[in-house]
Every structure is written in structure tokens, then in C-alpha cells.
Design a protein around this ligand. Structure first.
Ligand SMILES: [Zn+2]
Length: 219
């Protein structure tokens, strides 16, 4: 099997910050010879309902306590993804028996939780313990804050992109220390993906360039 990650999700449906952190995770894992399958990302209400039915009205074992209509799964808000392993953890020359090898998943969790990546891990939950699950913890361990603030997913999703506006000559993307321009003068109406807004600056991604823009020129 080729040594590469297997991404089985639509990454555009992940929150831009999570998507960026996923890139960091994949990079850090590959450096250590760890390859991942990204099995689950965003889930629609229907997909969440189908999962909820598993072990209840359909066969299989129960894997979630979140009904689609509750919007209480982080997956329904685009702030979580699930992984499986695609590398030979136990050194027996095979990969397929290690898909959910606990030792391997713990290695990934250590990388994911490190400062370099900064994700939170479902394996740290008490109930249910969800070791393949990684998420953005900005809004806590559940989507209740998101539900309260945005009501429905689409209102939340609107905050993921912003447009450059009100500039005379366009807006730069800067590096972290604001000492270097990474992308020059993006004109008004340019759409950028917004990871978060800090003190006067927004962390953004535009065509693969990740950096900082003045928040007051983003609408
Ligand atoms: Zn999950």
C-alpha cells in the first residue's frame, strides 16, 4: 500500500480552522511514518439520523447518542472529523488489522493535541469515549454554544467566509509577526476563508495561503 493519507471526506465542509489543523496533523503524522484515513467529516441531518438508527432500528452497534434533529453532534457543525489508521502499528507487515489500533490512535492523539496542531480529542471524553474523534474545542465539548448562538448550521457556516471590502488598494495577507506580506493587495470582494478573528486581525486562508488580515476590512 502506498504511503499516503486517504481522505474520504469533503474538506470544504469542515470549518476553515479545522481544515487547516487537519493539514497540520497530516503533515506531522507523515513525518513520523503515520498515515491516516479520514473517515468522517461533516454530517447532514439525514446522515446523522442514519447513524443514530444504527443499533436501534437498524442492525449494528450503537455509535452515537445524537439524533439528526438535535444538531448535537459536532459533525453536524463541521467542527469534527474521525480518523482510522493506515499504517503498520504492530509491525506484522499488515495494515488492515491496525485500523483502530489503540496504541496507534494514541500516538496520533498526542500529535493532534500538541501545540503544533492544537486539536481536542474525543478519547479524553468520559462518556462516550470516542477515540477516532478529533475536534475544535473553541466552543466547548458539545455544540450547545453554537446552537444557542447560530440556531442552525447555515448561519454558522456564513461566518466561515468573508469578503474584502472598503479598501482603496486591496488588502494584504501578513505573516504572524506582520513583518512580511504573504499575498499582496487582494481586491475588494475577494472571498477568504476565516479561521478566527483576534485582536484587530483575522486568521485567514486564501488559495492555500494562510496568514493574517486586518479584520475591519472583512465583511
Ligand atoms: Zn466523530
Amino acid at each position: 500500500m502506498k504511503k499516503e493519507h486517504d481522505i474520504r471526506i469533503d474538506r470544504t465542509k469542515l470549518h476553515p480552522w479545522l481544515n487547516y489543523k487537519l493539514t497540520l496533523l497530516l503533515k506531522q503524522c507523515a513525518k513520523k511514518g503515520i498515515y491516516l484515513i479520514i473517515t468522517q467529516g461533516f454530517r447532514s441531518k439525514a446522515e446523522q439520523d442514519a447513524l443514530y438508527a444504527q443499533g436501534r432500528t437498524k442492525k449494528g452497534k450503537i455509535v452515537t447518542n445524537a439524533k439528526g434533529s438535535d444538531y448535537s453532534s459536532q459533525h453536524q457543525w463541521g467542527i469534527a472529523f474521525d480518523i482510522a489508521l493506515k499504517y503498520d502499528v504492530d509491525g506484522d507487515g499488515r495494515i488492515t488489522d491496525d485500523t483502530y489500533n489503540n496504541k496507534g490512535i494514541k500516538k496520533v492523539a498526542k500529535i493532534a493535541k500538541s501545540k503544533k496542531v492544537g486539536l481536542a480529542w474525543g478519547g479524553d471524553w468520559v462518556s462516550p469515549v470516542d477515540t477516532p474523534h478529533f475536534y475544535l474545542d473553541k466552543w466547548g465539548d458539545t455544540p450547545s454554544k453554537l446552537k444557542k448562538k447560530y440556531g442552525v448550521f447555515n448561519n454558522f457556516k456564513k461566518t466561515w467566509t468573508k469578503e474584502v471590502f472598503g479598501t482603496k488598494k486591496g488588502l494584504n495577507i501578513w505573516n504572524k509577526t506582520r513583518t512580511k506580506v504573504l499575498k499582496k493587495k487582494l481586491p475588494n470582494k475577494t472571498k477568504v476563508n476565516v479561521m478566527y478573528i483576534g485582536k484587530g486581525y483575522a486568521k485567514v486562508e486564501y488559495n492555500g495561503v494562510v496568514g493574517y488580515m486586518k479584520a475591519k476590512y472583512l465583511l
